[in-house]
Design a protein around this ligand. Structure first.
Ligand SMILES: *Cc1c(COP(=O)(O)O)cnc(C)c1O
Length: 511
């Protein structure tokens, strides 16, 4: 059975998969990685094309030799990648022409790529919690606490709703999420979920949630009165990363099956990157044998990763966060980069711990020349301005008849700039209908800094989606359409302080 170590070398006895899923992050702040990264043969990768997506996911999980019975893996994956997706292919590949292909990751229930992981992780979490309980290693349930700027909150709610042994509470900035995102969250079904607006911005929400995690008195009381420990579902959980490896293998297999690439010939992969989870999954797919040559890292105006990959220096001093049309990539600290550096240094936990503490203390670190060279063998990177992003949306629709969301547009542009001879597979991380105001700007040549015309600004998110769908002959996903008639369950707005978070959680649990 595979076991898991951590990137900072704190964990003495390696843990099982179920243990790391429930634990999330290692005690010293390090991230879990498997001791063994399995190799999968080219024949096996290509054979995935004839399986259902759920079977492909089960194959990869079994290859990792996790502590879940194969029958249970099959059941979990059938539930995770089933009827709730609006395309039976789950992650179809679309040919854009010019040797460019789009891997659509937005066909899940919330129309964002976070569903690829968050339809799977909560089912695994439920299984792991039950199993650890039976093994006498756990005697409590979990409450997932999430601060969200929009997308993650809804995908986590949808994934955890109705699961056993776990409930979820989400805080979003009041007035700081789009109309569609607000409706998505506040109409969420399920007895084990709750949602609060908070008077503050995303940073206030996140800081208050983090302070709640660190409040020992509150945590002790939660455990004593409700039998609950706090947990998080963010992208540093290995249980969120592993489902993402599947779609790169699946994507390659589909490209071979359709004749887009010859069996064994390499492709490049281009990923719109924020926390480095998605592109890291492509790296692991490559390590496991998928013929991927270059990993193209696409950023928006928050281009710290472009600079890091080109210089080897990670520096957040004097950097301000830019607001962009691709908000899910508006990030300064890319947490999953730590795992990549661990792998690039041949798993040198001492060096990783050093760089991470340097970053925390001084706001920067620089990798050695050998590590930088290895990184540059694997990666190429570029970044796109807000105006370029919007222009690419319009241009891609005009020239290819394909309407990308702003995150995907960033990657399409970087793929165009960096691509060589190989076919390039671009990860598409959201449906356009989740970001319709900026999609409208892109289609109509309105700058990112200009307000929308009054007749457009006055539309609800759902009305604007319909307008764009009519103008472009495209479709809005049924789940987003249905938001118009769903009843709003959650209307409460609370203080964006630790006290606000704790009081709301306690009141909800007291029922
Ligand atoms: C989360 C997200 C990203 C960034 O993915 P990472 O794994 O954090 O790099 C990109 N696009 C969308 C739409 C997202 O929701």
């Amino acid at each position: 059975m595979n076991r898991f170590i951590d990137t900072r070398g704190t964990v003495r006895d390696p843990l099982t998969f179920c243990e790391v899923v429930v634990q999330g992050i290692a005690p010293g702040g390090g991230l879990f990685v498997p001791q063994e990264v399995p190799a999968i043969s080219l024949d096996d990768i290509c054979a995935l094309a004839s399986l259902t997506y759920a079977e492909r996911a089960a194959f990869v999980y079994n290859a990792f030799d996790v502590d879940i019975e194969p029958l249970d893996v099959a059941r979990i994956m059938a539930g995770a990648y089933g009827e709730q997706w609006d395309d039976p292919a789950i992650a179809p590949v679309v040919d854009l022409g010019d040797n460019t292909y789009v891997l659509e990751l937005f066909h899940g229930p919330t129309s964002a790529f976070k569903d690829m992981a968050l339809q799977c992780l909560p089912r695994v979490f439920e299984y792991a919690s039950q199993k650890l309980r039976e093994d006498g290693k756990l005697d409590h349930d979990h409450l997932i606490l999430v601060a969200t700027s929009g997308d993650t909150g809804k995908a986590a709610l949808e994934g955890f709703a109705g699961r056993e042994h776990v409930s979820i509470c989400v805080f979003y900035p009041h007035g700081g999420v789009s109309d569609i995102q607000l409706r998505q969250m506040t109409t969420q079904q399920g007895g084990n979920v709750c949602v609060f607006g908070a008077y503050g911005d995303f940073d206030d929400c996140q800081t208050s949630v983090k302070r709640t995690f660190a409040d020992e008195e509150f945590c002790a009381q939660l455990l004593k009165e409700h039998g609950l420990a706090l947990s998080s579902a963010n992208s540093i959980n290995w249980g969120r990363l592993m489902p993402q490896i599947v779609y790169y293998m699946s994507g390659y297999a589909q490209m071979v099956a359709s004749g887009a690439v010859q069996k064994g010939a390499p492709i490049d992969v281009c990923v719109p990157t924020g926390n480095f989870g998605n592109i890291l999954a492509a790296y692991y797919a490559r390590e496991m044998g998928t013929p991927i040559n270059k990993l193209l890292c696409a950023s928006n105006e928050n281009n710290i990763l472009t600079d890091f990959i080109t210089t080897g220096v990670y520096d957040i001093r004097d950097r301000k966060l830019h607001l962009t049309p691709s908000p899910s990539m508006d990030i300064l600290i890319s947490s999953n980069l730590e795992r990549q550096l661990f792998e690039l240094t041949d798993r040198d936990a001492t060096r990783i711990a050093g760089w991470m503490s340097e970053l925390a203390l001084t706001g920067h670190f620089e990798v050695d020349a050998a590590t930088r060279a290895r990184m540059q063998e694997l990666y190429a990177a570029d970044c796109v301005t807000n105006e370029e992003c919007l222009a690419v949306i319009g241009k891609t629709f005009e020239e290819k008849g394909y309407l990308p969301d702003p995150h995907t547009a960033v990657a399409i542009e970087v793929a165009r700039r960096l691509k060589g001879q190989n076919p390039v597979l671009v990860a598409s991380t959201a449906h356009w209908a989740k970001f319709s105001p900026n999609v409208w700007r892109g289609l109509h040549g309105v700058s990112a800094t200009e307000p929308l015309p009054a007749e457009v600004a006055s539309l609800t998110g759902i009305e604007l989606n319909r307008l764009i769908a009519t103008q472009t002959g495209t479709k809005v996903p049924p789940n987003l359409e249905a938001l118009e008639t769903l009843p709003r369950r959650f209307t409460q707005v609370v203080d964006a302080t630790k006290e606000g978070v704790e009081t709301s959680v306690s009141a909800w649990l007291a029922g």
